[in-house]
Design a protein around this ligand. Structure first.
Ligand SMILES: CC(C)(O)[C@@H](O)C(=O)O
Ligand SMILES: [Mg+2]
Length: 557
């Protein structure tokens, strides 16, 4: 098939003369109409260090697309910064931005009949948003990640943005000096790039290597490093080839490749957000994929990488230790990966990994072999029980025993919980309930990094439970359970919890239970009233009206 099969609708024939007239204004020549039109969805932005390094990558990709015989067409996608909006009402726009980005990519690629698209992104929602847009349009596509930030340093310690969040709890508890508090704030983020542990952005980008939609090694390169530019250019070349060969995203993103991506997420100890985003990606790909599939993969895939937030190392260390291909090769050799899945290069995943060593290098501690795994099973557990009939997501790395039974401490918004934590009103053994923060109630499932980090910073990460119908940051760890469904706003059991009720979180038994008898629950249910919506206009109101529940990825389209 000719590689301008899609763009010919907008450029060929007598009736399309006016359309061509506008392309001439852009500098096109007659011969250009026989070339493929390749979108470059550029999320460059000076809002956040995650996206502020994207322009040189876009320029490198544009030049490579031109040199390979394509016509690049640049359009923008927005971003918000999770790290900056965290703890504020602005955080409610974060998940919403995933949908806005998906809509942008779909709208431009489809509206302009592009033959392919290279999507470039940095902050968390850029990756799933871009991928959802790619899948809806189903024109040949590749994902280019902006790259991780490098670690900051303070008094010999590696820092990330999460160090600054955890410092709040330590400083308020009086266990950190003002000098250290300010030193961490000034030095946590030393350059451009996405948050540097195995947090959400690095999790999602890493998973795209396993999915087959990004070049090998590309997701753990640091934003400022030269290899990132070269990889962006190579991505442009590979995409033009994919357009010529007509390799479409829906040929790549299948049930099997999603299973590969989820296996990789377990092996690297990735973010809880990946659960939400892969439900949404599967939905966009028309693949049947549920919470139970995550649990199925978790039971067979061990955690192999010692990465932050609960582990020791940063994404740059993972890159030096052999990157995602090394982790994938270990999984492939253990029979935990489908090697026959197609990738954007036209080769299978197994072919892409052919030259990768079978075993992790002896001179590094970041990637373990299967027999020396950090945890025998994956770390993203799906909990159910009367508090989460439709499921909830727990991250169980870094805990000696992921179980707690204790009195509920109930908050209907994040700020009052934060005040209680910082004022030392939450005691070891408590189970904090943060509710009315779900897809419809929040709306937008804000991330609860501020309270979870404040707990960790106070040394209470293992002794206090926290459940929410909102989300967590990739930087969150501790006895935490998010994505509780059904959410409070639609009358889920979490709405019926009262201060002092006994709650059990037990990841061994995959249980999230409210220990209140049925008669009392019925009484509470009968008197529960849905609160007024927090937003009646604008994009948050639109999201609240359309969003599916968390166990369906909180998708809107
Ligand atoms: C601010 C963070 C750490 O980047 C967070 O947004 C995440 O989800 O990882
Ligand atoms: Mg985030």
């Amino acid at each position: 098939m000719p590689f301008n099969e899609r763009s010919k609708h907008i450029t060929q024939g007598i009736a399309r003369s006016p359309n061509r007239a506008m392309y001439y204004a852009l500098g096109y020549e007659k011969a250009d109409f026989d070339k493929p039109m390749i979108g470059v969805a550029n999320a460059h932005s000076t809002i956040t260090p995650c996206n502020a390094g994207l322009q040189p990558l876009a320029d490198a990709a544009i030049a490579a697309i031109k040199a390979a015989g394509g016509n690049p067409q640049v359009f923008g996608t927005p971003t918000i910064s999770d790290g900056m909006s965290m703890g504020t009402e602005g955080m409610k726009y974060s998940l919403v931005s995933r949908e806005v980005i998906a809509d942008c990519v779909e709208t431009c690629v489809q509206g302009q009949w592009m033959d392919g698209v290279l999507v470039l992104g940095g902050c968390d929602k850029n990756m799933p948003g871009g991928m959802i847009g790619i899948l809806r349009a189903n024109a040949p596509a590749i994902y280019v990640y902006g790259g991780t930030i490098k670690p900051g340093t303070w008094k010999g310690q590696d820092l990330s943005i999460v160090s600054a969040f955890e410092a709040v709890g330590a400083f308020m508890a009086g266990t950190m000096s003002e000098e250290d508090f300010e030193g961490i704030e000034r030095n946590a983020c030393p350059c451009n790039g996405s948050c540097g542990g195995m947090y959400t952005a690095n999790t999602m980008s890493s998973s795209f290597e396993a999915l087959g939609m990004a070049l090998m090694y590309s997701s753990t390169m640091a934003s400022p490093d030269r290899e990132k530019l070269e990889s962006a250019a190579e991505s442009g070349r590979v995409l033009v080839e994919a357009v010529k060969k007509n390799i479409k995203p829906l040929d790549i993103v299948t049930r099997k490749s999603i299973e590969n991506a989820v296996a990789l997420i377990m092996a690297i100890g990735g973010s809880t957000n990946a659960v939400l985003h892969y439900l949404a990606i599967a939905h966009a790909a028309g693949v049947d994929w549920t919470l139970d599939d995550f649990e199925r993969v978790r039971r067979k895939v061990p955690v192999l990488c010692d990465l932050k937030p609960s582990g020791k190392y940063m994404a740059v260390d993972l890159h030096r230790a052999g990157g995602i291909p090394q982790v994938l090769k270990i999984l492939l050799n253990a029979g935990l990966l489908h090697g026959d899945c197609l990738t954007v290069t036209g080769r299978t995943l197994a072919e892409e990994l052919a030259d990768v060593p079978d075993k992790p290098r002896a001179d590094q501690q970041v990637i373990r072999s299967i027999d020396k795994a950090l945890y025998r099973e994956g770390h993203l557990a799906i909990l159910k029980g009367n508090l989460a009939e439709d499921g909830a997501v727990a991250k169980i790395t870094g805990l000696k025993s992921p179980a707690i039974t204790g009195p509920a401490r109930v908050f209907d918004d994040e700020q009052s919980a934060m005040e209680a934590i910082l004022a030392d009103r939450i005691r070891p053994g408590d189970v904090v309930v943060l509710r009315y923060l779900g897809p419809k109630g929040g709306p937008g499932m804000p991330e609860m990094l501020a309270p979870t980090s404040a707990l960790v910073g106070r040394g209470l990460g293992e002794s206090i439970g926290l459940i929410t119908d909102g989300r967590f940051s990739g930087g969150t760890w501790g006895m935490v359970v998010g994505h509780v469904a059904p959410e409070a706003y639609v009358g889920g059991t979490i709405a019926l919890v009262e201060e002092g009720d006994t709650i059990t979180i037990d990841a061994h038994r995959l249980l999230l239970q409210l220990e209140v008898d049925e008669a009392e629950m019925s009484r509470r249910r009968a008197s529960w009233k849905q609160p007024a919506p927090r937003y009646r206009h604008g994009v948050l109101a639109k999201f609240a009206a359309l969003a599916r529940p968390a166990n369906e990825g909180a998708v809107t389209g």
